[in-house]
Write a protein that binds this ligand. Structure first.
Ligand code: 3HC
Ligand code: NAI
Length: 693
């Protein structure tokens, strides 16, 4: 065995040179891997004993791509492109033996081999677009030559991987192999040699791209099909242009085009934001005082109290992950309705072909409905999702403390209430915490884990594991009104309510916020949620625009009238002059003088309160790090990932500039704009939020 580099070896077995890569955790193509492949090919080609070469990886996966951590650093030769040229030019057959995920540069490496084989569970993808990039080592030129431009567009500009069966069907791999991969690769190499198979050099394989030449409709149709999803992102368009290059240019020219388009993305702020978000998402589960080896509880059975909007969705998360769920309601009607909604959701999924009717029944069979809290005696975890009412929650937690086994975790899904106050009614506050899901709970990826003053490390570590099992992005936050996400959201909402009194219209605000990259503006969102959520007719005092709208029976989309009008069966908001008048009258009564509010001011007044409140949250230790807040906003509130999150965005603009605007608004609009001490401190030290991550 020859140790090529610290991450690669070459062994010769039965006339087959085996380049084996070992660069945990995901065999990313960092320098030692690139150099290892280059040297391995060189030596294997020179070695007369070697008749064919296999590239295989140790550990959990084939190469999962370029080493993202090297991006932005000075390049170290050989670059991946150079290594792949060496592979491409190999006069001896090369075979990529794939398990796990051949992603990004990993798949590009495999595409530069003459043959590819994979285990049945292997996944193949070019997910660079999700990092705001495109495959920059020939992937946009080679993949269309193998699978055709249409399929390549989907894999490159959307970035979703395909499994082994599909890979075989589209010609991306030559064989699916069972059993020991190395032995199968050696056997496959033997077959290639025995049959004297011609070497398939993808770069010279022009049939499929030539067939698409002149057919610009392929690209037009694809552009249209992703327009909604790709709104605001620059990478998908560059991906499409690169694939167009594969069709219209010779291979070498296509590579050049790919490089230009890649560098454009690499130097832009969107990819920087998306790469930051990739690592930030993996950082959230690392809590400084909760080491990896913290003991955990075994959770199998889950109890959920309340089968309303949240309880039902929460139950689905657990059932989807294979947990058994006991769902508690107060009345049979409510229970039936809740279970009915869950069933309907699954049936809709089944009708789209994403699960079978047997799966629907299997999932439903994991849920047992009951009207008795006593049935939670043997569950390992309870999540309470009843009305947002402190006395009710306290009453329930008091009962749970008596009913549930002594090491059961008791969680509340409260949006705003004090988790410590709830924990205090139990004799086991160390087992109490908040598990704050976002609506719709079965869809939204965010989960805030609210750490109470007395929550034990074991309980917190267990909650983090559960978060992963139910496929959420779980962010640990502390106790305060609204925790991290809603506390920041409330500040934005107050400011947007104010801005329409000063003269901006709801349509103007909604358009600006939508154009910024959010899925919808604040007033369309209010109409969608329902203006009467948390509003009571008896106590309403005409003291806000919302009060006035609700008092006049405008509840939002649900009754066709809110900040906007809605036609039956149509969600498109129609501006209503009557609402405009109501806002103007209210504003005049409050003493506002109408003025034109610029779009730029709306953006600042929408985003800067998030930054300022986020800084206060960090000061108070409610969140662990700025990037956690960004992950909350990306996954819970639709912040555009290409802008990295509010705290990343603050650094992008320049924290000193943000501070200057906060001060300007404090003088003009009031003390609620007073800059957080943390922002003042960071600016005075010439630092940004990034320095706290
Ligand atoms: N570079 C550097 N580190 C990487 C990495 C990469 N490409 N991919 C994953 N990692 C790291 C993660 O940060 C994490 O580190 P940590 O343990 O310190 O937090 C560790 O590897 C494990 O990753 P996950 O927690 O994500 O593990 P999973 O098993 O859940 O997922 C995966 C594995 C599917 C490979 C997933 O990590 C993934 O999707 N990675 C990114 C793949 C990708 O985008 N590849 C393209 C890279 S760009 C490229 O190749 C450009 C080329 O065209 C020139
Ligand atoms: P909901 O009103 O839709 O559902 C509450 C359910 O709890 C009702 O079905 C009710 O019958 C049931 N219930 C009331 N008392 C009960 C009791 N003693 N035992 C068993 N069941 C009982 O309310 P929703 O929206 O699901 O909210 C639940 C909790 O989740 C609240 O604390 C809320 O603040 C929080 N939350 C709500 C979000 C939302 O967007 N709706 C988002 C995140 C959290």
């Amino acid at each position: 065995m020859i140790q090529l580099t610290e991450a690669a070896t070459l062994t010769v077995q039965d006339g087959i040179g085996i380049i084996s890569i070992n660069n945990p955790p995901v065999n990313a193509l960092g320098y030692p891997v690139r150099k290892g492949i280059a040297d391995g090919i060189d030596q294997a080609v020179k070695d007369s004993q070697v008749k064919a070469i296999v590239i295989i990886c140790e550990g959990r996966t084939f190469c999962a791509g370029a080493d993202i951590r090297e991006f932005g650093q000075p390049p170290k030769e050989p670059g991946l492109g150079e290594v792949l040229e060496i592979l491409d030019a190999s006069p001896k057959p090369t075979i990529a033996a794939i398990h796990g995920t051949a992603f990004g540069g990993g798949l590009e490496t495999a595409l530069s081999c003459h043959f590819r084989i994979g285990v049945p569970t292997a996944q193949f993808g070019l997910p660079e677009v999700k990092l705001g990039l495109l495959p920059g080592a020939g992937g946009t030129q080679r993949l269309p030559r193998v699978v055709g431009p249409e399929k390549a567009l989907q894999m490159i500009a959307i970035g979703d991987p395909i499994g082994a069966t599909e890979a075989l069907a589209v010609g991306l791999i030559d064989e699916i192999v069972d059993g020991d991969l190395k032995a199968a690769a050696i056997a496959f190499a033997g077959k290639v040699l025995a049959e004297n198979r011609p070497l398939v050099k993808v770069s010279a394989n022009n049939q499929k791209v030539e067939a698409a030449r002149g057919k610009s409709e392929i690209f037009d149709t694809f552009r249209k099909s992703i327009a909604r999803k790709a709104r605001g992102f620059v990478a998908p368009e560059n991906c499409i242009k690169a694939v167009e290059g594969s069709v219209n240019l010779p291979f070498k020219e296509g590579l050049k085009r790919e490089r230009e388009l890649f560098m454009e993305l690499m130097n832009g702020h969107q990819s920087a934001a998306q790469r930051y978000a990739f690592f930030a998402e993996r950082q959230v589960s690392k809590i400084p005082d909760i080491p990896k080896d913290t003991p955990q509880l075994d959770v199998k059975k889950v109890g959920i109290i309340g089968a309303g909007t949240m309880g039902g969705g929460i139950a689905m998360n657990f059932v989807n992950a294979g947990y058994t769920v006991t769902l508690v309601e107060t009345k049979q009607d409510f229970l039936d309705r809740g279970l009915g909604v869950i069933r309907k959701n699954y049936e809709i999924t089944a009708s789209k072909g994403k699960m079978t009717t047997a799966d629907v029944e299997k999932r439903m069979s994991l849920i047992t409905g009951t009207l008795s809290l006593e049935d939670l005696a043997d569950v390992d975890l309870v999540i309470e999702a009843v009305f947002e009412d402190m006395p009710l929650k306290k009453e329930i937690f008091g009962k749970l403390d008596r009913i549930c086994k002594k090491d059961a975790i008791l969680a509340t899904n409260t949006s705003y209430l004090d988790v410590n106050e709830i924990a205090a009614v139990t004799g086991r506050p160390e087992f109490v915490l908040g598990l704050h899901f976002f609506s719709p709970a079965n869809v939204m990826r965010l989960l805030e884990i609210v750490r109470g003053a007395k929550t034990s490390k074991t309980v917190l570590a267990t909650a983090l594991t559960i978060g992963k099992k139910i496929k959420k992005v779980a962010v640990v936050v502390g106790v305060c009104h609204g925790f991290a996400g809603n506390r920041m959201f409330s500040q934005r909402k107050n400011e947007m309510d104010q801005v329409i009194l000063e003269g901006a219209s709801p349509e103007q605000v909604d358009k600006v916020v939508y154009d910024f990259g959010f899925p919808m503006g604040p007033f369309v969102l209010s109409d969608l949620i329902g203006l009467d959520l948390g509003w009571k007719k008896e106590t309403s005092s005409s003291s806000s625009v919302r009060d006035i709208l609700c008092e006049s029976g405008r509840m939002g989309q649900k009754n066709g009238r809110g900040y906007y009008l809605y036609e039956a069966g149509n969600r498109a908001p129609i501006p209503d002059p009557e609402v405009k008048q109501m806002i103007d009258d209210f504003a005049a009564k409050q003493g506002y003088k109408k003025r034109a509010v610029s779009d730029d001011e709306i953006v600042k007044r929408c985003v800067y309160p998030l930054i300022n409140e986020g800084a206060k949250i960090l000061e108070e230790g409610i969140a662990v790090r700025p990037s956690d807040l960004d992950i909350i906003w990306i996954n819970g509130y639709g912040w555009p990932v290409y802008l990295g999150g509010p705290m990343f965005y603050a650094d992008l603009i320049g924290l000193d500039k943000v501070l200057a605007t906060l001060k300007e608004y404090e003088a003009k609009l009031g003390s609620h704009w007073k800059p957080a001490a943390l922002i003042e401190k960071l600016v005075s030290e010439g630092k940004g939020f990034k320095d706290l991550n």
